[in-house]
Write a protein that binds this ligand. Structure first.
Ligand SMILES: [Zn+2]
Length: 184
């Protein structure tokens, strides 16, 4: 799946004129490729979440408990899942090798890695010995992109749009049942 990306990425990463966005995208793709090869399918499988239709009210992307029938706990989780679906899709159809798309992927990763904040360069954060928030966010995304099967329903570009009405209906039913008990 990554053969062409590998050749392109190795060549392009040596380009001194590479933008920060494309550099980040190429490094992200390299991390995904490494995880995809290094991690056994069973280890990915162990991290797979049950279908959100059957679960209680929790964020489709991070499992945080929700108090309403929404799919995600916040805009950041919705955006992360959307970008994971997009990257999985263009890896699948090999458009991941298109430089313009890599550029836009990198811009999105910069934004998401900063927790959805406008990004300001922080030299102290770069030197930090512990994984930064950015490392954790992008690391989780790379793992979810690398998994042979989508780890979460919201990571699946083939089915997520179709499944949403069912999941939302199930969540509304949970809320209604709770309200019903409260009224007893
Ligand atoms: Zn969440």
């Amino acid at each position: 799946m990554f053969a062409r990306v590998e050749q392109d990425a190795l060549r392009d990463l040596e380009n001194p004129d590479l933008t920060d966005e494309r550099r980040l995208a190429l490094m992200f793709i390299a991390a995904v490729r490494h995880l995809h090869r290094a991690i056994a399918p069973a280890a990915f499988e162990a991290r797979r979440r049950s279908a959100p239709e059957e679960s209680d009210l929790s964020c489709a992307s991070c499992d945080k408990a929700l108090r309403g029938p929404s799919l995600y706990c916040c805009d950041q989780c919705r955006d992360v899942a959307k970008h994971i679906r997009y990257i999985r899709k263009i890896i699948h159809d090999e458009r991941i090798t298109v430089p313009d798309l890599q550029e836009s992927i990198g811009a999105r990763l910069l934004y998401l890695g900063s927790g959805g904040q406008a990004r300001s360069p922080d030299p102290a954060a770069k030197a930090a010995p512990h994984p930064t928030e950015t490392d954790l966010i992008l690391g989780d995304m790379a793992f979810r992109v690398a998994s042979p099967q989508p780890l979460r329903a919201c990571d699946d570009w083939r089915t997520w749009e179709l499944r949403q009405p069912t999941i939302k209906a199930a969540r509304r039913a949970i809320i209604e049942s709770r309200l019903g008990h409260a009224a007893d």
